[in-house]
Design a protein around this ligand. Sequence first.
Ligand code: 4EH
Length: 228
Amino acid sequence: MKIAIIGAMREEIDPLLSHMDSVEEIHYANNVYYEASYKGKELVIAYSKIGKVFSALTATILIEKFGCKTLLFSGVAGAISGELKIGDLIIADGLCQHDLDITAFGHPYGFVPEGEVCIPTDMCLRNIAHEVAKAKGISLKEGIIATGDQFVASSERKNWVGDTFKAAALEMEGASVAVVCDALGIPFFILRAISDTANDEAGVDFDIFLESSAKISAEFILDMVERI
Ligand code: 4EH
C-alpha cells in the first residue's frame, strides 16, 4: 500500500528524504514528487508549497495520480495552547479553517453549507502515533489544529483562533488536506512540531526553529511508517 507523506516547505520533507533507501523524482504540475522506498514500504513524498490551495492540490495529486491509500502530513506549527513549547509534538484530532468566514449569512466561523467546521483525522493512525510516542518515551499532545492562509504573529489573532475553534495550534495547510482526504475517503493524519508561539516574536522564532522542529516531526513520522 502506497503511503503519501506531505509537508508544506522543503525544510519539512528534507529530513524524510535523507533516510530513504531509494528515491526517484517525478516532475508533475509545477512540483516534484519523490517515489521512495523505506524499510520495505512504498512512499510518495512531496512538499506542496505554502497555504491551503497548494496543499489541497498536492494532496489530490498524491491520491489521484500516484494512488496513495493513506496520507501523513509532517511539519511545524505555531502553538496556541500554553502547554505546547517549541519542539513539542501535536497531532490533530480535527482540523478547521480559521479564515473561512460567511458569518454574514448566520453561519458559524469556519463553516460552509454542506461542509463541517471541524474534520476529524483517522483514529487508527492516531492510535499508531500514541504507540510510537510511548515506545520513544515522549509526550504527544492531541487537539484541534486551525488552518488559515496567514502566518499568525499576533497574540490577539492567536487568542481569537484559540477561543473560537478551541484550537491548540495553528498552521496553513492541515484543514485543506483534510477536506481533500475526507472527500476522497483516504485515511489521513496531521503531525506538527511547534516552531513558534504565533505571537509578536513568531517570525524570529520560526526562522530559528523551523529546521530543528521539522526534523522532530519527520523522525516521528518515519517511526509511524514502520507500523502502518
Ligand atoms: O507553511 C507555513 C509556514 C509559514 S509561512 C505554515 N507553517 C510554516 C506552519 C506554521 C505557522 N502557520 C501560521 C508555523 N508557525 C506558524 C504561524 N502561523 N505562526 C512562511 C515561512 N517562511 C517563509 C515563507 N513563508
